[in-house]
Design a binder for this molecule. Structure first.
Ligand code: ZN
Length: 275
């Protein structure tokens, strides 16, 4: 079976990192992707030890990025914070540091300028990432988040940046953000071995919140198995990381949420067995 991973944001309202690690072990989920807040709450070294002792792989660390800022001091602070994130990803032996690159600075209408700040920020931290052996996985986000979370909206844009920056960069393919893109098949082929992470959840109809209404895999309209197959055609054989930001699922018993995630993963596996 393809390896499954839990992004800790999925159960963030009820579980800290210790409960997530225990829950993955209990539910037979072999991977985890912590957010930095729960990681720092436990302490980096202790988290690395507990994750290792539980035998879990780390499909990524969420998240670096958020480079654009209104002034030079703000941009420098973002770069410093990203350097700490690289150290944390290295300590966890994470498959990558997921980069949510940031939106427009407050009050700004300068979209090309914000995109340049993202490119400059990535270039500034790339030497540290390379030295630590941490892949910066650029995650394009759905264009509805362009103003406040990511001016990087398509896989093609992310790959243009990877082309410009070179070694040490890759992409995080999150089906929620890229499923609508008519260029997706071509851009997935172009990505090739640069796919560093594969994130899964579903697009609900109707979607009632721009951030917090992601669907459980299987409850929406995304052809998750089809997009995973595109990734595998490039050679990707890593984790399918389930990442649900959802008020509906945050209200449930986290053990039940994990159990359902595993069942939905198994159902997808039956639809499209590993070749
Ligand atoms: Zn994601």
């Amino acid at each position: 079976m393809r390896p499954l991973s839990l992004n800790t944001v999925t159960v963030r309202e009820k579980w800290g990192l210790a409960e997530c690690i225990e829950g993955c072990a209990r539910q037979g989920i072999p991977g985890i992707s912590p957010w930095r807040d729960v990681l720092q709450a436990m302490g980096i070294a202790e988290a690395a030890r507990q994750i290792r002792d539980a035998g879990l792989g780390v499909s990524g660390l969420c998240r670096g990025g958020m480079f654009p800022a209104a002034d030079a001091a703000g941009r420098a602070a973002a770069i410093e914070d990203n350097r700490r994130a690289i150290e944390e990803a290295h300590a966890l032996r994470a498959a990558c540091l997921v980069m949510v690159c940031g939106g427009l600075p407050p009050g700004s209408k300068d979209l090309p300028g914000a995109r340049q700040m993202v490119a400059d920020g990535l270039a500034a931290i790339l030497p540290e990432a390379r030295a630590a052996g941490v892949t910066l996985a650029l995650e394009p986000l759905h264009p509805m988040t362009c103003a406040d979370r990511s001016v990087l909206s398509t896989l093609g844009q992310a790959l243009d940046l990877c082309d410009a920056l070179g070694e040490g960069t890759g992409v995080a393919v999150d089906v929620y953000h890229v499923w609508w893109d008519p260029e997706l098949p071509a851009q997935m082929r172009r990505a090739g071995e640069r796919i560093a992470a594969f994130h899964a959840c579903d697009w609900l109809v109707p979607t009632t919140d721009l951030v917090f209404d992601r669907g459980m895999p299987g409850d929406g309209v995304i052809d998750i198995a089809g997009i995973r197959a595109m990734a595998e055609e490039t050679g990707y054989d890593g984790f399918t990381e389930v990442e649900l930001l959802s008020r509906r699922w945050w209200a449930e018993d986290p053990d039940e949420v994990l159990r359902l995630i595993r069942l939905r993963h198994e159902a997808l596996e039956e639809l499209s067995p590993v070749p």
